[in-house]
Structures are given as C-alpha cells and as structure tokens.
Design a protein around this ligand. Sequence first.
Ligand code: AMP
Length: 291
Amino acid sequence: MKVVSNIAELRALLGKWVGNSSSIGFVPTMGALHKGHLSLISRSIKENDKTCVSIFVNPKQFSPDEDFDIYPRDLDQDILTLDGAKVDLLYVPRLEEMYKPGSLTVITVPVIGDILEGVYRKNLFSGVAMVVAKLLIQVGPHRLYLGEKDYQQLCVIRQMVDDLDISTDILACATIREKDGLAISSRNVRLSDQQREVAPLLHQTLLEAAEAFDNTGDELVTAENSTRKLVERGFDKVDYFSICDGLTLGAIGPKTENIRILAAAWLGNNRLIDNIALSTILTRTAGGNNN
Ligand code: AMP
C-alpha cells in the first residue's frame, strides 16, 4: 500500500492509475478503523480497480465544545489494518495543506443540513461538506463509499455532490453492528461498562418505534413515546427522535415511500447516533438485512 500525505504525490499516483483506465473507489474516514469502515473498504475493493482510503480528523466539523482533541487516533494500527485489507492507497492529508492560511471559501448545505444533527452540532455539516468536497476534488474518484450509520451526512453529501455537479457516484453501505445491535463507532471505546450495556437499547428502541409506527401510523406520538422510553432505559438525554421522510429528512407526506427513523441520545459525555429504515422490521422478519 502506498501512503501519501500531500496533494502532488496523490495526484501523480492517481493520474497514473486513471491513465491506465483504472476505476477508483474512495473511502474517506477519520481513522480509528473498525469493522464498519472495513465493510465500505471491502466493497470498494470489490467494485473498483483501485481503492483509496483517507484518514483525516477534520477540525472544521467539530465545534469548540466537542471532542476533537480526544477523538480516538491510532494511525500505526490503521496502516497495518489497511495494508492487510489490500487497500492500494492511503491518503493522510496534512492539516496545513488541507486548510491553507488565507483560504476563504465556505460550503454550506442548508435545509437538510440545518435540521436534526445540524441543530445540535453547529459546525458539523459545513465542515463535512467542505472536507468531502476538497477530498473529492483532490482524489477525483469514480465511486464514493459512505456509511448509512451517518445517515444525515450521507444525505447532505448527496445533495452537495448533485448541486456541484461532481461526477462521482455515491454508494451507501449498510450499518455494521455489534451482535447486540449497537452500531459500531470509533467513539464506542469511550463507553464505560455500564454505558456499554445500555447503548444497544438505542437500536432496540428504533426497532420498536418502527413496529409501533407501522401499527399506528402516528409518527409524533411514536417519537414521543420512544424518547420517554430511552430515558427510562438509562439514557441521560435525547437530542432528537425523528420518524421522517428518508430523502428530505423532513415531515412524512402522503407521497413518502422511504421512511427513516433517526435518533441521537447521550450516555454521560458520550453522544450516540443511530438510524434505521422503516422496512427494517419487514426485512428482519423475512430473515434478511439486519440493518
Ligand atoms: P468516520 O471515520 O466515523 O468519519 O466514518 C467514515 C465512514 O465510515 C463514514 O461514511 C461512516 O458513515 C462510515 N461508518 C462508520 N461507522 C460505520 C458502521 N458501523 N457501519 C457502516 N459504516 C460506518
């Protein structure tokens, strides 16, 4: 595996591959790699001639009161993991090159980026949009692999890529979970033993909400009941619990076909997010996708 940390080297290598008509798959990450990341990576390896992974803990997407300084980092282990996974290229951009002094451009994706996570994490989506736009311009991949674990991020990036006419296909990958249902996340290492026991109840509550909504058709009452249930089950605070249109993330309308349930809740200082598609219940009953 090649490891590069500047744009010139990155472009030289990718230019050579693209010149040989290789298709390029790209998986942007913040490192501390786990099975969730590896599922995106192995799909990219299957579907492309070359796979590029980036590791960059993007300061722009953290607000000053968030966990940038203590975000888990383990570059040496990540390099071993990626090498073992047969990734072709690891891009570890340097902060000074990614955000050059004097740069002025900002990218925001209003409306879909202002709701849910956007209400609670003010810098998140402008930071994500900026870094992903820059990475896509730098790498120029044919395909971009993103996890449904960060469902709103996926929607925001889709909107941005469409708005900016970026010619990269976006592939959404199912959330990888622990056996007890907890969505795998780099931040899970910070959960205490007791919090780790409560954590899977977020997924459980999403599944129960899907069933309740299926029975009643009342998204507001279901969301209220689910919020109460999360607190009863040991979560300290619920930022949101939303049953919404899976494309716009806004209110469900008569024509909504794709319904998504998204939630964010706190265990001590740890904030967990998760989401499921409404069809989860049906596919689970049929023994299919356990997302
Ligand atoms: P991160 O390193 O957290 O920024 O994540 C990098 C990419 O991996 C994003 O597209 C995430 O949505 C995706 N990802 C993170 N956790 C999971 C998971 N448990 N299952 C599937 N994809 C994930």
